[in-house]
Ligand binder design. Structure first.
Ligand code: SF4
Length: 306
């Protein structure tokens, strides 16, 4: 494992399983409360037609076929042998429990799949769903990926999340009571957020001692409500240097034990409108590493000691 100034999720997986674990994104065909059951509503400002899912998925195919397709690519590219099935697109607890169970079981039955990552929203975690997720947590390697984006209600309303911070907090506490591992998704560069607001989100994630965090950069994609705002000139886009500084500021404030699942996002090349510098993902990641060395600093350096 490389000596890093922060805890990288993929390093953790390698240590846990003794080999590199590859995530394969799938689309189970479900909708989202914000997009409707048939995905016809515009949803969050940044939501793409794929419901913030990965590009290149064979949508409409069975979960098994989608995973087998993903495996083929990973085996060819990396000689991969072990996988997490990532239910990424749309809201993956927005369906009857029997249907959720059938799709999750299907994923776990594919050879080489060692666990599940389930992406969802805080307002789709009722009692029956929590019972089900707890069961998968007990019998598989399981992560719940919970979309939040910001702790600020003004921002959540501006980006049309359709839930407030209290809803997130209540869901998070309910899920943690069941012992599940939770990875929270946040976005840096949301409309009308300044540095202080973003770092308040970091401090709150530290207070909650979230198990994992995905730090995204706000991407403007074609065919999203955000693209209209961008074309009207009503959106400030972060520069690379600014993002790098913010990402390091953010990680310095996190709890030292939180696993970093992602340091930046990589939007689909053919539909990304801004920021175009983010297409060079490795340049961004290397710049973040350089900034850690330059300060020098590390994850949790500014986490308050009790
Ligand atoms: S919660 Fe996710 S799927 Fe639903 S509208 Fe927002 S980004 Fe899209």
């Amino acid at each position: 494992m490389q000596d890093r100034p922060y805890l990288l999720f993929s390093d953790h997986l390698k240590e846990l399983f003794g080999c590199r674990i590859h995530k394969i994104s799938v689309d189970a065909g479900w909708g989202c409360p914000n997009r409707g059951g048939t995905r016809h509503l515009p949803g969050c400002l940044f939501c793409s037609p794929e419901g913030s899912g990965a590009a290149g998925i064979k949508r409409g195919a069975s979960i098994r076929d989608q995973i087998e397709d993903g495996k083929e690519v990973m085996v060819r590219k990396y000689k991969a042998a072990a996988f997490l099935a990532y239910f990424q697109s749309f809201t993956n607890t927005f369906a009857p429990v029997s249907e959720l169970r059938a799709r999750f079981d299907e994923a776990l039955s594919v050879p080489g799949v060692v666990g599940l990552a389930i992406g969802t929203r805080p307002d789709c975690l009722g009692g029956e769903v929590l019972d089900l997720l707890e069961e998968y947590h007990r019998r598989s390697y399981f992560w719940l990926e919970l979309g939040l984006q910001s702790i600020h209600d003004r921002t959540l309303s501006l980006i049309r999340r359709g839930h407030d911070y209290r809803t997130f907090l209540e869901a998070f506490q309910a899920v943690k009571k069941r012992g599940l591992r939770v990875c929270v998704h946040v976005i840096l560069g949301l409309p009308e957020e300044d540095r202080a607001m973003m770092l308040q989100t970091a401090a709150e994630m530290a207070r909650l001692q979230v198990d994992g965090i995905k730090i995204h950069l706000l991407h403007v994609l074609q065919e999203t409500p955000l693209a209209e705002l961008f074309h009207d000139g009503g959106l400030r886009i972060l520069g690379q240097e600014e993002y790098v500084g913010l990402a390091v500021d953010f990680i310095e404030r996190l709890h030292p034990a939180t696993l970093i699942h992602r340091l930046t996002g990589d939007g689909p090349r053919d539909r990304l409108l801004a920021p175009l510098w983010s297409l060079n993902k490795w340049e961004v990641i290397n710049a973040i590493h350089d900034e850690f060395r330059r300060r020098p600093t590390w994850q949790g350096r500014l986490y308050p000691e009790k």
